[in-house]
Design a protein around this ligand. Structure first.
Ligand code: COA
Length: 399
């Protein structure tokens, strides 16, 4: 039998083409449609970047006004969706609520006779507009407060901060969150985007594809890391305790959250921007989180080089996300939702791209189960499974 190379993590496997973003891992460079992420972070708003991803170019003045108006018109949530959210237990995890919310948005949008919804730039804008509203509404509902309606005069970042607190944010806070959303807006065929594209490749609509993406983002190896980074910073407590903490973690063969990346072989370019923001924000808010994070990154590098000589592991986008979002008053269990509020721009552009050049994504697996054998009537079977499934042992996570 011909031998087959099995690549469970798909490392180095090219499964498609995209014009949306390019991750150059060796160079540590990220571009959206040819624009360097550093230029976009320093100069463009999230709305300009969402326009770039959806329409192929940065908007001219009037185009941006029109695009902002389309977003503003779609931000409010249907009352039926808010009623669903009010019925969710208040201790529900915000990412679970966002996943349910995105899926539920579809119920309030007309569908075709075959049951599917339109997948178009208009439905993409609908989702880009509604993500922050869902996150902010849940933030209030779980605190026993009524959601605040979006303000049509405010852009995405300012609106989110306003809808959480009812207060207009200071310009530095708005700018920081806006830049964060720009940095997170797209990242080629990462796991959640790939998941969205797989769903879209079956012909399922954008609401289904984006629900898949939100579900895939939730795990620690992808968008779930920053709240775990915050937990580490809290456990460390003081910069000088970072090194013993890292040694202890690595002795227990645990990973340092917010460090390492499948694609980047040098520091994630987004980490540089986020570190700058985290430093500025924590200095202004007189919190210690940036200093602890900086000490943790240095200690990780030192200890990992001792333990794994020749192998460098750098901070990824999630690492300085934690002190940045924390300084904006966002609770750590909402960090992954904020990632989703940025990435929805890229996800929806990828779904449209998949629709435009579709081929069903359907890989193969090498079968390693039992040989073909006769069916056993139930009377002759003996209990053997001990509660485990599929022949795999229960209780371990396979990423
Ligand atoms: N802490 C400690 N060691 C790490 C590490 C981390 N954060 N990330 C990778 N490594 C080590 C692994 O232990 C492994 O060592 P080994 O070769 O001696 O076994 C090696 O580096 C390769 O790691 P692996 O997990 O196979 O690489 P990957 O390409 O699958 O990993 C991540 C990418 C992001 C999943 C991984 O770096 C990770 O789990 N990071 C922490 C979670 C995180 O930050 N997620 C957000 C990603 S944006």
């Amino acid at each position: 039998m011909a031998s087959t190379v099995v690549n469970p993590g798909l490392e180095g496997i090219v499964v498609g083409e995209t014009v949306l973003s390019n991750v150059e891992g060796e160079a540590g460079r990220l571009t959206y449609r040819g624009y360097d992420i550093h230029d976009l972070a320093e100069n463009a708003s999230f709305e300009e970047v969402a326009h770039l991803l959806l329409f192929g170019q940065l908007p001219a003045h009037q185009e941006l006004i029109d695009f902002n108006a389309r977003l503003a018109a779609r931000r409010a949530l249907p009352s039926g969706l808010l009623a669903i959210m009010h019925a969710i237990p208040r201790d529900a995890w915000p990412m679970d609520v966002l996943r349910t919310g995105v899926s539920a948005v579809a119920h309030f949008v007309p569908h075709r006779p075959d049951g599917a919804h339109e997948t178009s730039v208009d439905t993409a804008i609908d989702l880009i507009a509604k993500f922050p509203t869902i996150v902010a509404a849940w933030d209030r509902i779980r605190r026993g407060l009524e959601p605040i309606a979006p303000d049509p005069k405010l852009a995405t970042a300012a609106n989110f901060l306003y809808m959480r607190t009812g207060e207009l944010p200071i310009p530095e806070a708005e700018k920081a969150l806006d830049t964060y959303l720009v940095l997170l807006a797209d990242h080629s065929y990462n796991a959640s985007t790939f998941s969205a594209r797989v769903t879209a490749s079956t012909g399922a609509d954008i609401y289904s594809a984006i629900t898949s993406a939100v579900a895939t983002l939730a795990g620690d190896l992808h968008g779930g890391a920053p709240s775990k980074v915050m937990t580490m910073l809290e456990e460390i407590g003081l910069p000088e305790k970072a090194e013993p903490y890292v040694r202890d973690l690595l002795d227990r063969h645990e990973k340092i959250m917010g460090m390492g990346h499948r694609e980047y072989k040098i520091r994630d370019p987004r980490a540089q921007q986020l570190e700058r923001m985290a430093k500025n924000l924590t200095e202004k808010s007189h919190t210690k989180w940036y200093l602890i994070a900086r000490a943790l990154e240095d200690a990780s590098d030192k200890v990992l080089q001792e333990k794994k000589p020749g192998k460098r592991i750098y901070a990824n986008v999630e690492f300085y996300t934690a002190p940045t979002l924390s300084s904006l008053g966002i609770p750590s269990d909402e960090f992954t939702c904020m990632f989703a509020c940025g990435r929805i721009a890229g996800w929806s552009a990828h779904v449209l791209e998949q629709f435009a050049h579709n081929r069903l994504i359907r890989p193969q697996a090498t079968y390693v189960g039992p040989e073909v054998h006769p069916y056993e009537p139930i009377a002759g079977r003996h209990a053997q499974t001990n509660g485990t499934a599929n022949g795999h042992s229960a209780g371990t996570v396979s990423p």
